[in-house]
Design a protein around this ligand. Sequence first.
Ligand SMILES: Nc1ncnc2c1ncn2[C@@H]1O[C@H](COP(=O)(O)OP(=O)(O)OP(=O)(O)O)[C@@H](O)[C@H]1O
Ligand SMILES: Cc1ncc(CO)c(N)n1
Ligand SMILES: [Mg+2]
Length: 523
Amino acid sequence: MQSLGGIRSWPATWRTTTASMTTTTTESVRKVAQVLTVAGSDSGAGAGIQADIKVCAARGVYCASVITAVTAQNTRGVQSVHLLPPDFVSEQLKSVLSDFEVDVVKTGMLPSPEIVEVLLQNLSEYPVRALVVDPVMVSTSGHVLAGSSILSIFRERLLPLADIITPNVKEASALLGGVRIQTVAEMRSAAKSLHQMGPRFVLVKGGDLPDSSDSVDVYFDGNEFHELHSPRIATRNTHGTGCTLASCIAAELAKGSNMLSAVKVAKRFVDTALNYSKDIVIGGGMQGPFDHFLSLKDPQSYRQSTFKPDDLFLYAVTDSRMNKKWNRSIVDAVKAAIEGGATIIQLREKEAETREFLEEAKSCVDICRSNGVCLLINDRIDIAIACDADGVHVGQSDMPVDLVRSLLGPDKIIGVSCKTQEQAHQAWKDGADYIGSGGVFPTNTKANNRTIGLDGLREICKASKLPVVAIGGIGISNAESVIRIGEPNLKGVAVVSALFDQECVLTQAKKLHKTLTESKREH
Ligand SMILES: Nc1ncnc2c1ncn2[C@@H]1O[C@H](COP(=O)(O)OP(=O)(O)OP(=O)(O)O)[C@@H](O)[C@H]1O
Ligand SMILES: Cc1ncc(CO)c(N)n1
Ligand SMILES: [Mg+2]
């Protein structure tokens, strides 16, 4: 199996370009990111194959399905399980893997060692870029979906091939021979022991951890731990959270994300979907399914699963003249800014030729996506659509926000520059996601730009229903005074010269990140 280190990336969704229907000489081809789920069917459709297909569809990724078992299952529990013959599972695997360009295989219920065996054989014959193993063993209702007979083949042969495994606390305990896991400290030590079985990354899920007010998942990459916290949502609709999390990781990997970014997006997706569906009623039992398609009904909360206001913390805006002056490409500038801690990137290229800009923007999308950082394009809606950027930033004399929204669709982020309370209100009414406010201090980057000062910034923050990022003449020496205004919806600062009109972008980004972090801590 190829390692994830060499992961390829491409514009991944089926939105990106349209194939020409009329030309006969050159056929335009769209690459679609593809996941194959190898899992069991849940007749209640909250977990298993049905959840996997829904998640991938919601994330813009194609999902093929090889069924290992059929369960008679509802919100009250699992009534019966029927295993498919291993030979027939193998037939399905061959059908899909010999025909499709599968990027990532995700496994769920693998109910017998013979079925794991045919999976291993097919994976050696048809390598894929990444393998996500969700070691499903017991349903939340307590029914055994895969018994102890699968433990040894899991430990010895499947886990060593996995890029990531995602056990819940019970599954982690079973894989480790029954160790006690009841605290986050015990989850950490379980993650470490599981890592020694060979997977490249381990995520121990804490949805079922007793007595915790947070829902904590522990991620281990072999060196470092990350604890992913989210408030525990009070709902009965948690059936299928595990399948959803693993499939969302697979979908993000298929689109080109690195592992930690994929896991973070997946955790946020589960959290947003659970929150959105916490009071729906489907079925009469204790374990209801939730709604994966919130994007169709509540676009704003869907956007929040990829963009959150805190992403505005250190907002880097590129400038073609500065890159030319320091003789570096946009791509190198963006790489250095991200490495130094930039949390969102905007490409603002006023003089670039369209064709060249588009190619550069595509490369920047790949870099940003693999680092889990959103990329916005200034003003050029056409470029944003063509390179599948995460959104745009527009000024008051650019295209109006409601039109931008209708062109970009519900999933994309829109930011607007606002100097007055009225403009801030309008931006909110038109469906923007954040506003940029300034110039806070005088600047040379933008000619004839009125300075609003810290007082003007404070007024706009008070009036704005949207998160605010401050812009204009901000750098290491005055960033603290901006943070110090202490308005809760002021989420960060946007900078141009302070990063890009500098000899070393990386060093300046690191310094500014440190200054902002310290200022935030103190105020
Ligand atoms: N009530 C909740 N509120 C917020 N997040 C939750 C809640 N329950 C589970 N999660 C999150 O959902 C994800 C799946 O975790 P969980 O431990 O429930 O997996 P699982 O037991 O394999 O799920 P399944 O119900 O599919 O068997 C984790 O990221 C976990 O933190
Ligand atoms: C088929 C199936 N797979 C996985 C799970 C775990 O949620 C389930 N309940 N049912
Ligand atoms: Mg659970």
